[in-house]
Write a protein that binds this ligand. Structure first.
Ligand SMILES: [Zn+2]
Length: 444
């Protein structure tokens, strides 16, 4: 297939408005799944659409033969909503090309990163007639809403999805000349604390100073999460945290994007966090406690002298190996229940959670993947962790016993989830090349 034909396939894929969270887009997700199935069939693979309570999962395979290694390639065809639409320079589902960049919702996350693997397999087949591996493509339509139906699907279809290793391009490179392979992801645990005080809002003159103010309690809880070194103060929080290896610290010191660039990216004049750790160490290999929302009392214009009857704090914890989200929430709950504020009741509610993931970055398969990436991109390739969470990676590990090769093709400024999402066309085409190299390397 010519480069032009590959590009026009990409454009077709991007034109589906496959926004998974909004049910009015359901026909577009269906259309996109059908389009994928047709693509796979055209390549000579077997392809099936598996129904779920919401958006379908597409599975495609070559003929699996005994004695060959098995590779599962995972991606998602759904995208985030486009709001605010007025901040897009071009309509989000009418892809626009400007130089090396292609702008569209889903261009990077994840259509422009799964498609290179589909086109890579297609190119390999066109050249060699036969694939060197047993391949399974698993492309879902619910990643952006937390993959509610993927875990049960994987559990039910362990034989179908059986593999030695998983290949996923849904992470990011460090910079245009700094590809990266991600070998660890942080987990997550979330909760909400409701603080209930007096039976109704009180007058701050009549009752102020005589009754505990729930908004003050919310602030106290937030303030007590960390000590002055930004160390989390919840007892047992660090019990299962694995220490960073020396080589990790050394590798990350060499990254082309350092603290100065991060400050520019996020728009602050100083970084801050746990004492004794660099920025990358803190966001990739250390756990956090964050306030994601805090509220109570009057939020409108001007002042209103009130003691609110209730307040709330929403917390999330990013977790590292070997922390367990449920055990962490147990520790948080015990800590919250031990806080005493006269006249106030604290209610603790657990939210969603996901385990952290790590694989051996120095395994032979990781080393040969690294060599392929370096050869295709011609740049030193970094071994990194990521601060975010992709819960399905842990599901693959638990259900299929397979580690994941997380080879990101997107650039850090791809604006995933935001207006003007974009993808580097160079990386898109390099991805097609990389997939073919990997097929050969992983078959060995
Ligand atoms: Zn996403």
């Amino acid at each position: 297939m010519s480069k032009e034909a590959q590009l026009s396939t990409y454009l077709e894929f991007l034109r589906f408005a496959s926004v998974s969270t909004d049910s009015s887009f359901t026909p577009h997700l269906r259309g996109c799944a059908e389009w994928l199935k047709a693509r796979f069939l055209k390549m000579g693979l077997k392809a099936t659409i598996h129904e779920t309570p919401r958006h379908p999962i597409v599975v495609a395979q070559n003929e699996h033969k005994a004695g060959r290694k098995s590779l599962l390639i995972y991606g998602h065809y759904d995208v985030q909503p486009v709001d605010p639409l007025n901040l897009w320079d071009h309509p989000p589902f009418e892809p626009h090309i400007d130089g090396d960049k292609i702008y569209a919702r889903g261009s990077a996350d994840n259509k422009g990163q799964i498609l290179p693997h589909i086109l890579g397999v297609e190119a390999y087949l066109a050249q060699h007639k036969e694939l060197p591996l047993n391949i399974t493509f698993l492309v879902e339509g619910e990643e952006e809403i937390g993959s509610p139906n993927l875990k049960p699907f994987v559990e039910k279809n362990r034989d179908l999805l059986k593999c030695d290793v998983v290949l996923v391009s849904d992470t990011s490179m460090v910079g245009p000349e700094a590809p990266a392979i991600t070998y660890a992801l942080r987990g997550i645990a979330t909760c909400e604390i409701k603080i209930k005080g007096p039976s109704h809002d009180l007058h701050s003159g009549v009752n102020g100073g005589g009754v505990t103010n729930p908004a003050w309690v919310a602030a106290r809880i937030g303030a007590q999460l960390h000590d002055e070194n930004f160390h989390v103060q919840i007892p047992h929080f660090y019990d299962d945290v694995k220490a960073l290896a020396d080589w990790e610290r050394e590798e990350w010191k060499k990254l082309p994007v350092q603290e100065k660039e991060v400050m520019e990216q996020v728009g602050v004049d100083a970084l801050y966090g746990e004492k004794g750790f660099s920025y990358y160490e803190r966001v990739w290999a250390r756990p956090t406690a964050e306030i994601n929302g805090i509220g109570g009392g009057y939020q409108g214009e001007g002042s209103k002298t009130v003691l609110p009857k209730e307040a709330q704090v929403k917390l999330s914890f990013r977790l590292v190996p070997d922390q367990n989200p449920e055990r962490i929430l147990d520790h948080v709950e015990t800590w919250v229940k031990g806080l005493k504020f006269p006249g106030c009741k604290l209610e603790f509610k657990r939210g969603h959670s996901g385990k952290p993931y790590i694989c051996n970055p120095k395994s032979p398969i990781m080393e040969s993947t690294l060599a392929c990436v370096e050869e295709v991109f011609g740049d030193k390739t970094f071994l990194i962790r990521e601060g975010g969470s992709i819960p399905v990676i842990q599901t693959f590990k638990e259900q299929l016993g397979a580690d994941s090769l997380l080879v990101g093709l997107a650039l850090p400024d791809c604006l995933a989830h935001a207006p003007n999402e974009n993808m580097s066309l160079r990386n898109f085409f390099k991805g097609i090349e990389l997939c073919q190299k990997l097929l050969t390397a992983l078959a060995k």
